[in-house]
Structures are given as C-alpha cells and as structure tokens.
Design a protein around this ligand. Structure first.
Ligand code: CTP
Length: 403
C-alpha cells in the first residue's frame, strides 16, 4: 500500500521513541522507503543503528552530517522536500514549540521547515505538560498552519501519572500515514456511510440467528474511502475486526438496530454502501429466559425485518448514491440485477458464495459491479482493491448522473 512512497519519521526524545522501531518496520513491510531523522535526545532512548537496520537507510541526527561526495544531497533540505509524508512521533513539547515558532536549530526542525508534504504530529508527554496552555497554544497554531495533530491516548504514563499524553498505538500511527499518502484524495468533501458484518437476531438471552459474514468487505470499503479523503461512518454488526482509526463507528447487533442507526445517519450522506449481511427475518418474540429443551421438535416463528437498502432506495435524497451488495449461490447476475431494480439502488456489487476466493471470511473477493447500463466483472483481488474499484465506478457514475 505504500510502495514507491517516501516516508520520513521524525523522532524526538520522548520515552515512546522505542515504539517507533515497530512503526518503521511496519512501514517497510507496506513497501515504503523509510527515512529517519532523530533528535540527539531520541538517540538516548533508542539507537539510530536500530532504525538503520530496519529501514536500510542512513539515519540523520546532525545538520552538518553531509556526504562530501554528494553535494547535491543536502540532507535537511532534500529529505524534507522528497518526502511524501512526515510523521513526527513522539513529538515532545520542545519540537512542537520549535515548529510552531519557526525555530530551526537541529536536524529534525530544519528538515520539517522546507517540507511541502503532509506533516503529522503525534504529541506525547506528561499529562500536565500536554495540558499546559503554552503547549496547547502551539498545537493550535500548528493546526492553523495545516499540520495534522494526532490526539494522544490516555492511560498510565511513563512519568507515573494517569492521563492524556501517551503515543497512539503503532497501528494508529501507520493508519494516519496511509490516510495521508496511500491514495489520491479524490473523495475529499464526500460523506460516505458503509454498513458491515452480520446481524444477530436473538430468540432467547443465549441464542441468536446469524450468518457467516465477517465484515471484512465493509471494513475495507470504510478504510479505503477514508484513505481517499472521505468522511466515513461505519455501521458495524458484531465482528472480530480491529476498529479502524479515524472513522466514526456505530456498533449494532440486530437488523432493527442497524436499520435505526442507518436511518439516523443517512440524510447527510453522499454515498451509502450496504455491504452488511442483514437478516431478512427475526424471531417474532424473544424469550426473556433461556428456552429449555423438550423431547419434541421446536419451531421458531419469524417475521420480516425492514429492508434497509430498499428503504434507502425508495427515499433517496437528491444527488445521493446508493450501492447494495448481493450474495448469491446461483443465477448471480440475473438475481442481482433484479435487486437493483426492486430496491431502486444505483449500483449492486454481486458476489457468489460458490466462486473460490469470494464471499465471507476471506480477504479476497470476486465482484461484478452492476448498474442500470453497465456490468463490470472484476477479477479476484483483495477486498481493499475491490473497494477502490467500487469507488472508481461510483465516482464515474456520480459524475455522469450530475452532468
Ligand atoms: N439488505 C438490507 N436489509 C435487509 C436485507 C438485505 O438492506 N433486511 C441489503 C443488503 O445489505 C444488501 C442487499 O440488501 O446490500 C442485498 O442483500 P441479499 O442478502 O443479497 O439479498 P436480499 O435482498 O436479502 O434477498 P434474498 O435474500 O432473497 O437474496
């Protein structure tokens, strides 16, 4: 996801500097060319050699550390200018103060000043330092100048206090970079609602009816939209997937919950994608206590749930784009096209449970994108790549509709 991208990690002297070894390694695995600039204090917490081994690149700490054989490579200018994104983590009150006031007196501060790429800053320090009004003022100033500030996490801090000031997790730091550089920001300004996962229809306090949906397709759709700059809301049924960073998440359990959540969010959305596997039926009534077994057979009476996609299609807002998914085991295209009409959707992404590499639980999918006038059959690809192709198609369709 980051191949061909140059990521600059700026590491200052907070205790969490040691965590950046993991971040550097994760970025290398994602294909990035990772450059590291450290302050002198950071090298007292973790050695620069650790990052040189992990990134296979020279680590810079000194502005005058220049290779005399390559005078065109002026490290503090070239590194900042070449970077596709810069992450300063942990960012101490000192580096925040310097950047906010244009001070460039060491390798890290002089490298960030000439950079024109997105700069993400992850403050990490003692809670009282973080809350200090001077530090907060500097953070606000950096925000005004277009720097992205990651909110520190709360918890037990190295200084012994409990409070805000922890470096966000390594996953969150990597996600923030992915969001900044991995994709073109062609969905900036769009609001996207995605539903994901199964629903659970309880018939007593210990049992429920559900399906095999893992939620992977919906989570990939939400993540990719966020990476392309959209403001994303993810309404998730029960899944075991790690919650993505930077996305508004509403957890739901039953089809009724999901219906209510979608209805409360749908009005302001530009694009809605119903990738959740919503139950079509729910028990007429759920027992308050556990149902005890008898010798004979048992029957559970079911009633229809709301068809969320159909409701959205029938009440579609002006310029709203509604996309559904269709899981079939036979007559995939024919049945899915019928859903496009019946539910008044703009697009249906059809997939078959019978195709190897498609459907529930797996990380890949095989999808045919169906619209009123088109059918685009995609090869097997990762759910993230499928998501990109779906958004490419949606943006094309929206442009055509709005012309
Ligand atoms: N869907 C929905 N509300 C429901 C059932 C389904 O919004 N109560 C949506 C799904 O999220 C999906 C689309 O409708 O986007 C198609 O779902 P699918 O299960 O493939 O088809 P159904 O409409 O349920 O029809 P059938 O089960 O008869 O194939």
């Amino acid at each position: 996801m980051l191949s061909g991208k140059k990521i600059l990690l700026g590491i200052s002297g907070g205790i969490a500097a040691y965590k950046m070894a993991n971040v550097a390694s994760m970025l290398v695995k994602l294909g990035a060319d990772v450059r590291v600039v450290m302050t002198e204090n950071a090298t007292k917490i973790i050695t620069k050699e650790a990052f040189e081994v992990l990134t296979k690149n020279k680590v810079y700490t000194d502005v005058f550390d220049q290779n005399p054989a390559d005078v065109k490579f002026v490290p503090h200018i070239t590194l900042g200018e070449e970077a596709d994104a810069i992450l300063i983590a942990p960012a101490t009150a000192n580096i925040i103060g310097k950047l906010a006031n244009g001070i460039a007196d060491d390798m890290l501060s002089t490298t960030v000043l000439p950079a024109r790429c997105p700069v993400i800053i992850a403050p990490s320090m003692n809670v009282h330092m973080y809350e200090n009004r001077i530090v907060q003022d500097n953070i606000e100033k950096l925000k005004r100048f277009g720097y992205e500030i990651l909110e520190p996490a709360s918890g037990h801090l190295a200084c012994g206090y409990d409070g805000k000031g922890k470096l966000p997790s390594e996953d969150e730091l990597v996600d923030s970079l992915l969001k900044a550089v991995a994709k073109p920001h062609d969905m900036e300004g769009l609001k996207v609602l995605v539903t994901a996962g199964p629903t659970r229809e309880a018939f007593d306090p210990v049992r429920f009816i559900t399906n095999h949906s893992s939620g992977k397709m919906g989570y990939a759709l939400a993540e990719v939209a966020a990476m392309r700059g959209a403001e994303v809301t993810l309404i998730s049924g029960p899944t075991f997937i790690k919650k993505p960073y930077g996305i508004k998440i509403i957890d739901t359990v039953s089809a009724e919950d999901m219906y209510n959540a979608v209805m409360s969010e749908e009005k302001e959305q530009d694009i809605i994608i119903m990738s959740a596997a919503v139950a079509d039926y729910t028990p007429i009534c759920a027992a308050d206590e556990k149902i005890k077994k008898n010798d004979g057979d048992m029957t559970i009476s079911l009633k229809r749930t709301h068809d969320i996609l159909k409701t959205l299609g029938e009440n579609k807002g002006e310029k709203q784009f509604i996309c559904g998914f269709s899981m079939e085991t036979e007559n995939v295209i024919e049945n899915s096209r019928a859903k496009l009409g019946k539910k008044k959707a703009d697009m249906i992404c059809a997939n078959s449970l019978r195709t190897p590499g498609a459907g529930y639980m797996v990380d890949t999918n095989v999808v045919t994108i169906i619209t009123k006038d088109n059918e685009e059959e995609l090869p097997i690809m990762s759910k993230h790549d499928v998501s990109d192709r779906i958004y490419d198609a949606i943006l094309r369709e929206r442009a055509a509709q709005n012309n």
